[in-house]
Design a protein around this ligand. Sequence first.
Ligand code: AMP
Ligand code: MG
Length: 414
Amino acid sequence: MISVEEARKIILAEIRRMGTERVLLSNTLGRVLSEDLLSALDHPPWDTSAMDGYAVRWNDTAGASRTNPRILKIIEEIPAGTLPQKKIEPGEASKIMTGAPVPEGAEAIVKVEETERHGDQVKIFEAADDGDFIRKKGEAIRTGDLILRKGIRIRPADIAMMASIGRSVVPVYQQPRVAILSTGDELAEIDEPRGPNKILNSNGYGVAAQVIEAGGLPINLGIAKDTREDLDKKLRGGLHADFLIASGGVSMGDYDFVQEVLMELGAEMKFWKVAMKPGQPLAFGVIGGKPAFGLPGNPVSAMVSFEQFVRPALLMAGGRTEVFRPIIQATLEEEVRKHPGRRHFMRAIVSVQNGEYRVRTTGDQDSHILMSLVKANALMILPEAGNIHKAGEKVAVQLLSDVAVAGNELSGLI
Ligand code: AMP
Ligand code: MG
């Protein structure tokens, strides 16, 4: 039996990055950028006005107030999207809209609220300082600036940014295709007519959703019977994918043939037991250069094992630089017990109280109790050696969402 770290190391050493492709900007949400992106232009492209108002030479407004306005001659109107034609000379102003280019000679914008127009003249009620309400060319982004780093998962703000610098086609990593097979004579599909003693296949759906969350494309291979023949037939159907995942059939039972069949199909098995709970049986091998996972059948074990091992592998294949969930330290709200020997991942709720993270379990931790995973937003990580952890103790907690915790030196450690 190997440790969680050893298992992760062995798995990640086998992972190859996917190739890249170019996709339309509007289709990049959630995809992983495959090149550093540099700006090919300045933003804003010229000095622009940050306000609706008047472009002026600032010393023409010196000493201006409500009772003692300066009067300037309006020489031009510059709506956004047009280019100014006239230079501002002393005593002159141009009416300008937000986002319009600032005319030559202008040094500041006076807000329209601080003015009053009379025909081709404008009263200025406020003195301007040099540069007031002018957004300088290249102030937001300069040509050559690093905009987005390779390996990030693209978010809405990133898409807005790419649009603002004129990227209509974006280089991203291809998404790994992940074949998923559920195994067990007792399993039935949700809508299929079924006899008594059948268990509904939940792993097929849960794991597929985890694959999507990790940027992969699930391929559903359905359910295989606990026979070598059916496993062989169904697993073969997944060999063209980039990852192969089976759930169930990896324990010591008389009908647990998944490992055997994977080996017959040419897999080199690397390990099949990890010192953790839930999820001790976990088969990992490489078949034709592709990773193959045999997850435990119990629904919670399957999903927790996926979190610890398949997810980082998928993210790495998909080009992500950050592949681990954030880990925080939280104060235990209750006593928790475990047997020494295996690392426990307890389904838990993290909350913040008085600026401090606190954590409690979500109830029955048996590996078939999905409800305690449904209620959880985190997994409490209890070390192998430990036995009793008392209320008030600090424990490591793995968050089950990708909240970026800047400066969290613990993230990625486990
Ligand atoms: P196994 O690892 O095949 O011994 O399965 C362990 C337990 O998980 C058994 O109670 C199975 O019925 C259950 N199980 C296995 N596969 C699934 C699945 N796809 N969906 C729901 N439960 C499953
Ligand atoms: Mg089974």
